[in-house]
Design a protein around this ligand. Sequence first.
Ligand SMILES: [Zn+2]
Ligand SMILES: [Zn+2]
Length: 283
Amino acid sequence: MSLLEELKPNARKRIMDLVSAAGIDVSDWSNFVGGEKRAASNPKYCYEWSFVEMGRFVVVNLWHASMQERNGIVSIDLNLRKSVQKYSQRGGKEVWKARAERLDLAIQEAAKNLLPIRVVVNEGQMRDSNDLNAKASRVEYRLLDPLPWAVTSYDWKTGECTLTRGALARRFVDQFTVQPDLEIAVERRMVSGMAYVRNPAVRHRALERARGACEYCEKPGFTMADGSIFLETHHVVPLGEGGPDTEDNVAAVCPNHHREAHYGTRAAEIRRTLLSRLQHVLR
Ligand SMILES: [Zn+2]
Ligand SMILES: [Zn+2]
């Protein structure tokens, strides 16, 4: 049996029980006219596709039929913004739009903060999203996947994204993450004879801002064996020249441009370009 087949749910659990099993606080579900007894059918929650535990994890409902398996890896490609746009243009129901929007926000939250995603796998009659008059979806079976998923790509321009089962949330790493001692020595040599204290939060913010693409040439850094993306953090005006250890002076660049920024004949040009770009994005 393929992984994807194994993932097919064969029992029908209630959404409230599944999100609660994932670790979401469901105490507010009984806070409606139905009370404690009918908490599981609270309309405020039971039709939702996504639940966010801020800063910790995200729970999303996905259709088994939309998942795919490639080389033993199960994933799903989504573009919720496209769905929202489609509903807006063709007069789809407000509630579909709102649900898709919230699902997109939940995925963004996971992508930005590298949160794990817990997936409720649904099986049943999927509504044809291109037919505005189609019958509502009917879930016949649903289960919580015991294995966490992660956002492995999110295109911030288009909303196109991929969630992958069992993946680590994508991380952006630099030379200090990989080889702290050696790299501090190298950078010290490149900067001057002195050691400077660097604030790791500043490096991390630069890496997050760059989102895996060199802030000079805009090409993506390489992917490490664990799925994280490598760039090097660089003080545009070196600490040795009095440059500050702040976000607007730290760029994430590819290894090639990092060395060139220090040693190349175009060093001055690279410095100017990076400085003006950082000022621009941070304004
Ligand atoms: Zn580069
Ligand atoms: Zn540097």
